[in-house]
Design a protein around this ligand. Structure first.
Ligand SMILES: Nc1ncnc2c1ncn2[C@@H]1O[C@H](COP(=O)(O)OP(=O)(O)O)[C@@H](O)[C@H]1O
Ligand SMILES: Cc1ncc(C[n+]2csc(CCOP(=O)(O)OP(=O)(O)O)c2C)c(N)n1
Ligand SMILES: [Mg+2]
Ligand SMILES: [Mg+2]
Ligand SMILES: [Mg+2]
Length: 327
């Protein structure tokens, strides 16, 4: 490989999954065509070495998988279907070989194939700092169907699409042991949650297809933070009931404070949290069951002013901490 252009060629897909891609990699910009009844949905998220991953917390392939997964998670949280993505990568002058950087793309390709989404462009630069990778994802949703954070109403129930805290617990194990691949089979679900989280696109599309009024957010920064965003956007109060949360058995031998940290405040679980009417929740639970997907009622919505409370055995207290904040 002689230069960056050869390298870009080496990561350029040889086929497209979607015929709506009119111009992909190779010109000054990409072009795709819109369908008549759909709105475009766009999101971008960055992962920085040392902040979102380290070489000793993530196999290199998983870095690529995860940076695309977190973007697909934002699509799911809008009720959107992903279609295309662009990748911007700043490659350190030292410490990373081009083969390793290519390996990152192998991780992205795994998810791209699974969801039939096309890499249609990007940018490549060198840096004296850590590796930085940014993915922009473009999706679509049928006009008017999108699931916004501002859709919550008093008397809704609060739901989530899975157990929480696994990613944070996994990261703690990885940092404690210094191993990025765990032999211990009982730790696998935690490693998977941290290194290869499942974007909840199937859940998102079941929710949007239901046609119900649903508020929705994905859990990148911890459910306490994400619930607060829904509460703020909808101008309601949200009550999370600790006794309804399904806590992993492995957490129970630790202090309550530690359990709360993993489950409520740590983030990166990339499950969905949202609200809908109780009657609609009953109906959608059956649909989720048919599709072998999980959905749990974990709280309720009240008239209010954007606050989040934690309830435990009937005692209510304001959520203390935020979630993961960069500054
Ligand atoms: N530097 C920035 N410039 C413009 N908009 C931003 C910037 N950072 C974040 N945003 C926007 O702020 C909102 C919240 O961002 P973020 O907390 O990263 O969302 P998420 O957790 O869904 O990734 C999003 O609409 C995002 O597009
Ligand atoms: C080495 C390492 N340390 C700490 C973390 C934990 N961590 C880093 S970023 C983050 C929150 C999610 O990232 P962010 O950039 O806020 O995503 P967004 O909210 O934009 O989706 C968490 C929990 C990690 N994943 N890896
Ligand atoms: Mg973001
Ligand atoms: Mg989000
Ligand atoms: Mg964040």
């Amino acid at each position: 490989m002689n230069n960056e252009f050869d390298w870009i060629k080496s990561v350029t897909p040889t086929k497209t999954y979607r015929s709506s891609v009119k111009v992909g990699i190779g010109d000054d910009a990409a072009i795709y065509s819109h369908g008549p009844n759909e709105e475009s949905v766009v999101a971008v998220d960055t992962m920085v070495e040392g902040v979102h991953f380290r070489k000793d917390t993530m196999p290199i392939k998983s870095i690529g998988y995860k940076v695309l997964a977190v973007n697909l998670s934002d699509m799911a949280a809008m009720g959107a279907s992903p279609r295309y993505f662009l990748v911007s990568i700043a490659i350190p002058k030292q410490g990373w070989s081009l083969e390793e950087t290519t390996e990152i793309y192998a991780g992205m390709n795994e998810l791209a194939e699974r969801w039939q989404i096309d890499l249609i462009g990007g940018d490549t630069v060198s840096t004296k700092g850590p590796l930085v990778i940014t993915v922009t994802v473009i999706g679509s949703v049928i006009t008017g169907k999108r699931l916004l954070r501002s859709n919550a109403k008093p008397a809704d129930i609060v739901f989530t699409t899975g157990q929480l805290g696994l990613s944070a617990y996994g990261l703690e194990m990885l940092l404690e042991t210094g191993l990025k691949v765990m032999e211990d089979i009982s730790l696998r679900p935690f490693m998977k949650a941290h290194q290869k989280p499942e974007p909840q696109l199937e859940a998102g599309s079941l929710l949007v297809d239901s046609g119900y009024r649903i508020s929705l957010n994905d859990i990148s920064d911890g459910i306490a933070h994400e619930a607060k965003e829904i509460a703020g956007a909808s101008d309601v109060d949200i009550i999370i009931d600790w006794d309804k949360l399904v806590i992993r058995e492995e957490f129970l031998e630790h202090s309550l404070e530690k359990q709360e940290e993993w489950v409520l405040y740590s983030g990166e679980d990339f499950h969905l949290v949202g609200t809908m009417s109780e009657a609609d929740f009953e109906k959608i639970s059956l649909v989720f069951k048919e599709h072998d997907l999980q959905i749990y009622a974990i709280g309720n919505v009240e008239t209010g002013e954007g606050r989040v409370f934690l309830e435990r055995r009937g005692n209510r207290s304001p959520i203390k901490k935020a979630g993961y904040h960069h500054f």
